[in-house]
Design a protein around this ligand. Structure first.
Ligand SMILES: Nc1ncnc2c1ncn2[C@@H]1O[C@H](COP(=O)(O)OP(=O)(O)OP(=O)(O)O)[C@@H](O)[C@H]1O
Ligand SMILES: [Mg+2]
Length: 250
């Protein structure tokens, strides 16, 4: 597996959803810069745009204005089909509810995104088993999701996210449905993806203990982005705005 070359940048990004003729402004001209290989936690109240931000970075959604740049790719330059191909090679998603396919085995779930790549069957097997072993689930390859605990399911979902060796991992409340011990295992794993594999990680969480694992804590609120660095412990004294723009009111 390769270290990430994928920094993430939002440049003047706005995203407005229109609902029933009314606009919901989720982001208004925000900037954010995340270095390649960084581990960031995203926190903020419900509806503050955390999932929207992950969707923009992963190319599942497009901004109304501004640029999303991942590595040296401007996502706005890509057509829908080019974006889907880019996503399958460069981004791994992890969700709160695991989102495994219930009728497939752990191995088949991990292999699934590899079917979109040009890998041969033997290469797919090698990649999928390697990913399962990385999350310590190699001995459960033939089990279906219903035969696994929540923590084990999430580890399989992480294997699926890393199977194609993407530079960026986007995790949306990956420990939200887990008991304390399983959550710790998943957070240990996220930490290893950062320290051992050098992945760029954006992880949404409501849990300050989960956020403490990250190097940076990015706060979203009312369409704005701010941050505290070095985990939540410094939230009181380390709070600062990210790149405020000229003429923008507080
Ligand atoms: N497809 C959509 N159409 C219309 N509005 C949307 C859509 N997706 C998100 N929104 C709105 O955008 C805002 C941000 O939503 P988002 O899901 O990003 O919040 P969140 O921070 O992830 O919240 P939560 O913690 O509850 O998951 C909300 O007001 C939401 O209702
Ligand atoms: Mg969300």
């Amino acid at each position: 597996m390769q270290e990430s070359q994928h920094g993430v940048e939002l440049r003047g990004v706005s995203r407005i959803y229109t609902r029933g003729g009314e606009g919901v402004k989720v982001f208004d001209d925000v900037d954010l810069s995340v270095n390649a290989g960084a581990f960031c936690a995203l926190m903020g109240p419900s509806g503050s745009g955390k999932s929207t931000l992950l969707n923009l970075v992963g190319g599942l959604d497009r901004p109304d204005s501004g640029d999303v740049v991942v590595g040296d790719t401007f996502l706005s330059d890509l057509s829908e089909s080019a974006l889907a191909e880019w996503r399958s090679e460069n981004v791994g998603f992890v969700f709160q509810g695991f989102n495994l396919v219930p009728v497939l085995t752990a191995f088949e779930n991990v292999e699934l995104p590899l079917l979109l790549t040009g890998l041969s069957k033997a290469e797919r097997k090698e990649h999928a088993m390697h990913a399962l072993e990385l999350v310590d689930m190699g001995d459960r390859a033939k089990h279906r999701p219903g035969q696994l605990s929540g923590g084990q399911e999430q580890r399989v979902a992480i294997a699926r996210a890393i199977a194609s060796d993407p530079g960026v991992i986007l995790a949306d409340e990956p420990t939200g449905d887990l008991d304390f011990e399983s959550a710790c295992q998943v957070l240990d794993l996220m930490g290893r993806l950062h320290t051992e594999l050098g992945k760029t990680i954006l992880m949404v969480t409501h849990d300050p203990r989960a956020a403490e694992r990250a190097e940076r804590v990015i706060h979203l609120d009312k369409g704005r982005i701010s941050e505290s660095s070095e985990g939540t412990e410094s939230a009181d004294d380390g709070f600062r705005e990210v790149k405020p723009r000229e003429g923008e009111g507080a």
